[in-house]
Write a protein that binds this ligand. Sequence first.
Ligand code: SAH
Length: 204
Amino acid sequence: MTERLRQQGIREPRVLQAMATVPRHLFVDAALASRAYEDSAMPIGHGQTISRPYIVARCVELLLEAIAQPQSASVLEIGTGCGYAAAVLAQLFGTVVTVERLRPLHELARANLRPLRLPNLRLVFGDGSLGIPGQPPFDGIVAAAAGAELPPAWLAQLRNERRLVAPLGVGAQRLVVAHKDAAGRISQRTVEAVRFVPLKPGTG
Ligand code: SAH
């Protein structure tokens, strides 16, 4: 899988290492385990999917390249799903908080992640479009679900001079990197076309 990721343009050794470390087959249904290292999204139940390895690696790489000291950085992920990307993030960043709006998937991720024993990873059940109330700003934010625009709570919870990586759009989607400058101003650029599940409000 890492060789393919390299061919797809993922160059950062720490990302390739993290992708090689986390056993993706633990995060998919037993019936799909033999295909766990293919570069495809797969169903995880409740109409949701585990993202393809390439897109996880790409998002993580975009976060990592902007953070000088990842070991002391805090990262927020919106859309835990089965917990795979959260496990990859936890290999690289000091603290990872991941939020999921569907209770059964929140529980599934908890079960999937238990054997990996990642003390720096916190799973939260809730509507991630509201951010994590009461939490200090994050050094990086990554979303795994696409809305029509970036929720203001995400931009508010991003520390100055840090970036957010998120899919954006309904129908046609693009991956965007939003940067918050020293004065708190946001600028945005498009990385590439993507396809994520929709960002939905509320919990279920
Ligand atoms: N990170 C996962 C991707 C899961 S798919 C991986 O490792 O592959 C995206 C997830 O985002 C789905 O589980 C969906 O339920 C969740 N989601 C959608 N809207 C959300 C919201 N407002 N808050 C939290 N999670 C949300």
